[in-house]
Design a protein around this ligand. Structure first.
Ligand SMILES: [Mn+2]
Length: 336
């Protein structure tokens, strides 16, 4: 993977660097940010990882996660966004979202709209399974030696974005990187368990509710469910506990698109979307101010739950309908 020279120069010429990622951070966001910070610190930089909304409990065990702050303690001269390409979706305090600081973007989400500004250095590599693949290439380029801590963060990011190497974004390059990270004494079972499998008993009850309320439409391939504020309150859980829940909906045979709605607060709904085939759920998420990958995306709406469910499901059904029409058309073309 070619690391842009301008990006390396930009990083090396900065002194006080803030690294941040997107709102609702998952393993790739946190792991890549922590790994990049380690590498830049090894190069003598003053670096802070900022997650304004905090590190989800699931990732709190990662090396250096305890150093993540909700706002920087210094005035930075460079802002680096990883796994995120726009300030509007960055997990930063409002003052930094409005910043005129130089910004460097390292991201693997396909660039759909150019929201970058003058003076930004943007590196986007959609073939990378995780932003961590790019960070690994960058740390090698910087000549930073691999350590167990660095390897842990990168591996955590890789398994998070590939569903422990389940998903189609897993390439030979991904597995080669994973193999080289394993040389540094990390425990693949522990990491997969903590990041993908482990679930509290309370969250297990929440999962039961989600499954109980799931709807499946065999004719469209839509599988969806809702968790209300009441579900969270009655099980003593929060939205953080729903990580990976959507995989249960995605796994239903015949599902093409899975959607999970969570009422995180009154009139505040978080939506996760997953696609199995060629429906682009990131395009659906963008209609609601969100984003992501074609097969995994999300959005947030400050509206009543019922309203959001209706609007998002209508958009998903529309995407599924268009997709099945496209398929019928191309099958017809093949026959004729
Ligand atoms: Mn990612």
């Amino acid at each position: 993977m070619r690391v842009p020279k301008r990006l390396v120069e930009r990083l090396l010429s900065a002194h006080r660097i803030v690294v941040s990622s997107h709102i609702n951070p998952e393993g790739d966001a946190i792991g890549s940010a922590l790994a990049l910070a380690m590498a830049l610190k090894a190069k003598g930089k003053r670096v802070e990882v900022i997650s304004h909304e905090g590190v989800p409990r699931r990732y709190a065990f990662l090396p250096d996660a305890e150093t993540v702050r909700s706002a920087p303690s210094f005035t930075p001269d460079l802002l680096v966004l990883v796994d995120c390409a726009e300030l509007a979706r960055a997990d930063l305090p409002e003052s930094l979202r409005q910043t005129s600081l130089p910004v460097t973007v390292i991201d693997h989400h396909p660039k759909t709209v150019d929201r970058s500004r003058k003076g930004w250095v943007v590196w986007i590599e959609p073939t990378a399974a995780a932003t961590a693949e790019m960070i690994a290439a960058l740390t090698a380029k910087l000549g930073v030696p691999m350590t167990k801590e660095l390897a842990t963060c990168l591996y955590a990011a890789l398994i998070s974005d590939t569903g422990v190497f389940h998903f189609r974004n897993t390439t030979p390059r991904t597995l080669r990187l994973a193999a080289s990270l394993l040389e540094h004494g990390i425990d693949p079972q522990e990491l997969a368990y903590r990041i993908m499998e482990a679930r509290s008993f309370a969250a297990t009850h929440l999962l039961a509710r989600m499954l109980q309320k799931a709807h499946f439409e065999p004719e469209t391939g839509l599988c969806w469910s809702v968790l209300t504020a009441k579900d969270f309150a009655q099980t003593g859980t929060t939205d953080e506990d729903t990580e990976n829940f959507i995989n249960f909906l995605r796994a239903v045979e015949g599902t093409k698109v899975a959607v999970l709605f969570r009422e995180a607060a009154k009139n505040y709904v978080k939506v996760s979307l997953r696609a199995i085939d060629s429906v682009d759920v990131a395009a659906v998420a963008r209609q609601f101010g969100g984003g992501g990958h074609p097969a995994a995306a999300g959005c947030r709406q400050r509206k009543p739950l019922r309203f959001v469910v209706t609007a998002v499901l209508r958009a998903v059904r529309h995407a599924l309908f268009n997709e099945s029409n496209e398929q019928t058309k191309s099958e017809g073309e093949k026959r004729s």
